[in-house]
Ligand binder design. Sequence first.
Ligand code: ADP
Ligand code: MG
Ligand code: MG
Length: 898
Amino acid sequence: MTMTKWVYGFGGGSADGDASMKNLLGGKGANLAEMSSLGLPVPPGFTITTEVCTAYYENGQAYPADLESQVEAALGKVEGIVGKAFGDKSNPLLVSVRSGARASMPGMMDTVLNLGLNDETVEGLAGLSGDRRFAFDSYRRFITMYSNVVLGVGHDAFEEVLDETKDRLGVSQDTELAAADWERVVGRYKQVVLDETGAEFPQDPKAQLWGAVSAVFASWMNDRAKFYRRMHDIPESWGTAVNVQSMVFGNMGDTSATGVAFTRNPSTGEAKLYGEFLINAQGEDVVAGIRTPQALTKAGREEMGETKPSMEEAMPEVFAQFRDTVGRLERHYRDMQDIEFTVEQGRLWMLQTRNGKRTAKSALKIAVELASEGLIDREEAIQRVEPQALDQLLHPTLDPKAPRTVIAKGLPASPGAATGKIVFDSDEAERLGQLGEAVILVREETSPEDIHGMHAARGIVTARGGMTSHAAVVARGMGRPCVSGAGGVHIDDKAGQFTASGQTFKAGQIITIDGSTGDVIEGKVAMIEPELTGDFQTLMAWADAARRLKVRANAETPLDASTARGFGAEGIGLCRTEHMFFDDTRIAAVREMILADDEAGRRAALAKIEPFQKADFVELFKIMAGLPVTIRLLDPPLHEFLPHNEEDVKAVAAATGLDADKLMSRAKALHETNPMLGHRGCRLGVAYPEIYEMQVRAIIEAALEVKAETGEAPLPEIMHPLVAKGQEMKFLRELTDRVAEAVFADRGDRLDYMVGTMIELPRAALRADDLAEYAEFFSFGTNDLTQTTFGISRDDSGRFLQAYLDKGIFEHDPFVRLDPEGVGDLIKIAAERGRKVRPNVKLGICGEHGGDPSSIAFCEGAGLDYVSCSPYRVPIARLAAAQAALSARSGTEREKDR
Ligand code: ADP
Ligand code: MG
Ligand code: MG
């Protein structure tokens, strides 16, 4: 019988695991193992695998039988390496208990430090270190963290005791408390625990250890972890690992410190060591923003205009060692590293490394520069930038020339600009965000409980905290602009206001923030369009060279079309003509057409619309010169163009001279129980061919006109929506060709055009061979195809979709990420059957999914010719298409290797 290995040790120059074992050991555990094997100074410890977490939840929160003995053995090894014993009165080993999932979830789960302390071992620690103050400082930290994480006692009660003590002593800094003060604080903390939980603070180190391990596993299912997973698409089934690691102490006086570092600037990507540290402190202090940390490097300090010495200046020798070590780590991992470290009495210890989170700007710069440095190749550089993140760069920024009244300055924690209403509370931010309001979340500092508020906000301001504070890290990850540590912002939560520069700002008032400069600004500031040059252009050029899929845009207005072209769109994949009908200048004629009693009346009204339509197309064809333009003929049911209630009817009647009674009765007559499945799409063209005839004529005439004017023939692709049957397609194809030929004859000129259909019904996909007899292209309208495949209305799905996601029935919202199984199968079937009849049938996708990277990967796999998405997503799609092509290629190479 083979035993499952549940526990992997590391430290003392070797490790059971390595960096490739992230799935089993979690990111933190795998990298601690790797760093140990590299011979870097890592406090020894062990990792309890993610499989234990999974088993724990599968077995009603019970551990595998042999886990305890494996933990005992691993703990024994650690004791051997450090020469201390867990629970020993005179020579106690203390450990940290840290969570660590596969994908890093910073600050999402809880860590307990200094575990193993009790009333006896604290004396041992005092003796060993010769520093009583340090021993009791560590003990009080432990009681706070353990009580909070394991026993569920809030921080407040402890903070009250501490504040009271400091007030009594007349001091403001924790570091000013002496040994006896801390000893007294510890006594009172234990009383707090007894009062709050009804039980003594646990004194048995083994019980403490298992309490903390269970708390880490439990934290995998807490609300903020769930929210984070949902936001980042991390499956629940992955589980977290637990790392138990011998403690090193950054709080042993002025030769001790703790800090965080990035090997390159995570905001700008600049290739300079970047970070913050605190002397005489323990890990959490830096991230929690309790004290404002100092810069790591001299240059960093000068840039921030700080006076307190940098680590480079305060501890030059350890700093030199640190700089070497992190350089080595970056070369080893071939990526920018995010590092946590501690200096204990002049000795460096590495506590964590991982590929650092970064802004889009910095991701681009780092990828391009790593490629030029030869650390990675171009293909890898393409894979290094998350397509979604480009979104951050594609939106307007503050106009540098516009006047701004800066009311406070903080750190440029996450770039980008945002304007919105002041909100002080995360729940309120979420509520207003859901109503579509732009809000700026203003907080003293943020904690993981604020995630939903940060997500809902356009931007974040904190009064406290550094560049690596929770707010800064999370905002960068989310792509929200953030100004942190704006000390000039004085928040009065109770009054619902803050003061800055002597002015009072109330909740609901508008402010603007510039996350690239750290400015907090009164009111609104003019924005300018982004310039996409430099690293962006370089990487996009590499991506374009690597991709197979073409990228088009969904656009109907000239503005959208030019934006799309500027972003590199290779044509229009969907131009919806109904938007053109809603225009104020045309809606009257459209209504007249709907009210007409016979074909002749309809034709008369359509004749009024035709010149407008033609002019629209002329403009689009010019903007998209040389590129294909897919135009979808009228799609929505006609009643959408009519006023619905009496009041509107009266207003329309008055304004247009149309008959109010007739309007009302026509609206009633056209009323449909289920408009999505009603008289719409090509069913309009079949029932009222004159509508589609007008549109085809407008398209062809516009194309001929542009050809005559510019000498270059546009490439119109005329698309019939909602086709289900071959017979429908036959009718529509004949209609289209007949009208086109008539125009050609009339004008004495001709050009190439294509006729195709949007595939948005399961029947159309299944009978694609019938359609391909007449259709030269298929465009998968995956919004509607998803609706009709699932039988779910997108507009109503909000009411129950969350329940499906919560229960794991849906992993993703199928309207955001293409369902690769059901809808995907239909696409594959349609592609295959269509190609059987017409081998060169052109295939594309034009739903919302066309801009979603994972859906784009599906399209690559299905062998489609192009994806089409909203203009602002075009660069995202270009990059995602390149990544999909590269993954597909390396996938095939792997196949061949087998
Ligand atoms: P997170 O995943 O939230 O960063 P960590 O498990 O990394 O949580 O722990 C938080 C902080 O605690 C770390 O930044 C580190 O400074 C400190 N820490 C963790 N383990 C130890 C240890 N064994 N010795 C000293 N400090 C530690
Ligand atoms: Mg950490
Ligand atoms: Mg549709």
